[in-house]
Design a protein around this ligand. Sequence first.
Ligand code: NAD
Length: 272
Amino acid sequence: MKVAQKVAIVTGGGGGIGGAIADRLADQGAKVLVADLDPNAAAAVADGINERHPGSAIAEGADVADTEQIRRIIERAETEFGPVDLYFANAGVAGAPGLDADDADWDLALDVNVRAHIRAAQQLVPKWTERGEGYFVTTASAAGLLTQIGSATYAVTKHAAVAFAEWLSVTYGDKGIRVSCLCPMGVETKLMRSGENSGDPLGVAATRAVVSAGEVLQPAQVADIVLDAVDREAFLILPHESVLTMYRQKGSDYDRWLRGMRRYQSSLLEHA
Ligand SMILES: NC(=O)c1ccc[n+]([C@@H]2O[C@H](COP(=O)([O-])OP(=O)(O)OC[C@H]3O[C@@H](n4cnc5c(N)ncnc54)[C@H](O)[C@@H]3O)[C@@H](O)[C@H]2O)c1
């Protein structure tokens, strides 16, 4: 899809990968609603865009764990700019480190990393099928294809995010709905560093696993790759090519892959 003149919503757009995607969308001529739990961060990104492209961005503080707040950002984008063409379900939480994650930890991870996607799609896809066009972009993670050492909540919810994106594409792909699923490994953001700062050895291992498994990219590099994939309407977006190799290894010999992951985790915990 060409994004020029289109209307886009980016959740978790107050910085990191979402902020960079919002920037690139506006650079390519889209109108962007930047939504974030942190309203000041969302406003700062929108202000930066409007300095370069006056009138191209608006900001909303919104918690995507809440269906009504998702409804509000969609309505605001429609009122200001017109029907929403692209929705970037990008907001995410790192999750709790171990098996002692409680129900509240699981609920938060499920709400933000998965249910937020489902709830947005429930509101947008019926309108898109009527119009015959719409684009849903999920920010999952390499953890959604492989796993996340040090965080069950993250590994499980990111798998679910990939599964939901796949299901959307299978079910609505022939009705004009485009779906892409971004699965990066390390990207230099607050979220990537959150395990390192958790004081929990598993949390420290979670960040180390991501940082030492491959190159850590900058959000702007990832945003360029995302916009290119959207232009080509490619489903799987892998900014780190090595993720495809690892994904193939997992599929071709699961037990060998699990043994390798256990060895990798031990080495990370030894140095945690
Ligand atoms: N950084 C990485 O290494 C990496 C790797 C793979 C996937 N991801 C995914 O990329 C996405 C963006 O994260 P990032 O790395 O740019 O981190 P980030 O911390 O820079 O951005 C995440 C943003 O989401 C917002 N957010 C959190 N909960 C929210 C909620 N309930 N409602 C609205 N906004 C909320 C935060 O305020 C923050 O601005 C996440 O889904 C993350 O899981 C990141």
